[in-house]
Design a protein around this ligand. Structure first.
Ligand code: SF4
Length: 493
């Protein structure tokens, strides 16, 4: 099979073209000054397209973008492929591009006013994104600006609890079906070591925790006594006076109990998520969540009755067997509960998920899973946008993944003031995120916006239990290497 560069593979996959079917094709690029010309040679002939780089682009980034742009134009204009919503914008965090432009002064008038339309036009022209998506990206990027960073020594802390009651069909997270008590005890011991070492690192560099996010997996899948122990450990080590947000994911509603709610209240949790994904039992059964629709409504009600915290609910567009009316009904019923935050995901067929493995098995095809097609998925997303806006929600964070239904995006919606700060910081990649627990990642961005130093805790539970100390040491190394920047960060407000 021909080994195309990544940027070429990205474009081919946008049109659901398999690079391995392009064995006879040649894609050649000439770079002359700021101009890049791409030629696609196949048996039927040769097609050519040229584009000019922008003066403010970095060499390398511009080559990558223009090769994609040229090829995309050849395939849509000369071969008749249907344009896709995000054109050649393939990254996970597209809003970061807009925020970088603004930091560099693009789209900012001499009076400091941000020209939204100019930014939108550039997104459309540079990345061939549809106008409504360009507007969505710009809106999210600008809404995040006052939240990103907010203090040079403030950091976010992530705590990874890698357990769930069962594994969802589409899950690619490092979740383990809840193991025997002895393994949970070993995990708690490793986590304690990890969390206490992280607290020492925070103190050593004089950093201040702004947000704490306990995710996974499903942290609330831990049995009562371990859950209480974990929350107390996290609170004791990370929740100082400066903490603005303490989030705990309780995704699976059947893991939520009055006792766990009481523990979270006692230790000052400010944000929780409980995720129905859909309110249709047949779908829940098919995707292997093993809880009922009633479990969700019960869990939401007791969480709401407990008081003061913000509640997020995740929904998925594009689930097997679901049609427009199914999603419409799910959204209606969820909004009747008046959640603070609604995250609309588009189903992604992710590597490592049971869904992807079953699809790569010759005996299964997309039809066997009765997945809605791209046009239905886009219709559902448009409907969600309209209804949420009518209810005064607006988008505040957005990310994309490979192989998403409809080739759209995941969007967090909330009313003004209910933004999840951690969600914004993790997308902005301007703040240090210190990861503890299984599969957690630590990221130390360079203050100038360049390189990000990273350290990853292992996804595999056994490795985490065996080698926790080794991973703590690796995290300390990147803190030592990155510490020069902590005091000199230029903050965009
Ligand atoms: S609840 Fe989330 S983490 Fe757990 S199996 Fe399902 S998708 Fe994976």
């Amino acid at each position: 099979m021909k080994n195309f560069p990544k940027e070429v593979g990205d474009v081919l996959r946008s049109f659901k073209l398999d690079p391995k079917n392009f064995d006879g094709a040649e894609i050649l690029n000439d770079v002359v000054g700021q101009r890049i010309t791409t030629r696609l040679k196949v048996a039927q002939g040769c097609w050519r397209k040229s584009s000019m780089a922008r003066p403010d682009e970095r060499f390398g980034a511009e080559v990558n973008r223009l090769v994609k742009k040229n090829l995309y134009k050849i395939l849509t204009k000369s071969f008749g492929f249907e344009p896709v919503p995000y054109g050649i914008l393939h990254g996970v965090r597209p809003t970061k591009i807009i925020q970088r432009w603004i930091r560099e002064g693009f789209g900012v008038t001499s009076q400091g006013v941000i020209d939204r339309d100019k930014i939108c036009r550039r997104i459309i022209s540079d990345f061939l994104v549809e106008r409504n998506k360009a507007e969505l990206l710009t809106e999210v990027a600008l809404r995040q600006l006052p939240i990103i960073n907010r203090g040079e020594k403030k950091i976010g802390v992530y705590v990874g609890i890698p357990f769930c009651k069962t594994r969802c069909l589409y899950c690619s997270f490092p979740s383990n079906v809840l193991p025997a008590e002895k393994i949970i005890e070993e995990f708690m011991a490793a986590l304690k070591l990890d969390v206490e070492a992280a607290a020492a690192t925070i103190a050593r560099y004089g950093l201040e925790v702004q947000t704490v996010y306990v995710g996974g997996g499903t942290p609330s899948a831990l049995p009562e006594k371990f859950f209480a122990e974990m929350i107390e450990l996290v609170h004791k080590n990370f929740c100082g006076a400066g903490v603005e947000e303490f989030t705990v994911e309780c995704g699976r509603p059947d893991t939520i109990s009055e006792e766990k709610i009481s523990v979270m209240k006692n230790f000052g949790v400010t944000r929780v998520s409980v995720n129905p994904q859909t309110i249709h039992q047949r779908t829940l059964d098919f995707i292997g969540r093993k809880h009922t629709v009633e479990d969700f409504f019960r869990a939401f009600k007791i969480l709401r009755a407990a008081g003061y915290w913000k509640i997020n609910t995740d929904l998925i567009i594009g689930l097997p067997g679901e049609k427009f009316d199914d999603f419409k009904e799910t959204l209606e019923k969820i909004l009747e509960l008046d959640p603070d935050d609604v995250t609309i995901h588009s189903l992604a067929i992710k590597r490592g998920s049971k869904l992807q493995m079953r699809l790569s098995d010759e005996l299964n095809s997309l039809e066997d899973f009765n997945l809605p097609d791209d046009s239905q998925v886009r219709l559902m997303a448009r409907h969600a946008e309209k209804i949420l806006r009518d209810e005064n929600f607006s988008p505040y964070y957005l990310y994309r993944q490979g192989y998403m239904s409809g080739q759209i995006e995941n969007v967090g919606w909330c009313r003004q003031g209910a933004e999840g700060i951690y969600n914004v910081q993790i997308m902005g990649e301007r703040q240090i995120i210190l990861g503890t627990g299984a599969a957690a990642s630590t990221k130390i961005p360079d203050p100038s916006g360049g390189k990000i130093r990273t350290a990853f805790n292992p996804k595999d539970l056994k490795t985490y239990l065996r080698d926790a100390e080794k991973y703590i040491a690796r995290r300390d190394e990147i803190f030592a290497a990155g510490s020069r920047g902590f005091c000199h960060e230029t903050i965009y407000r």
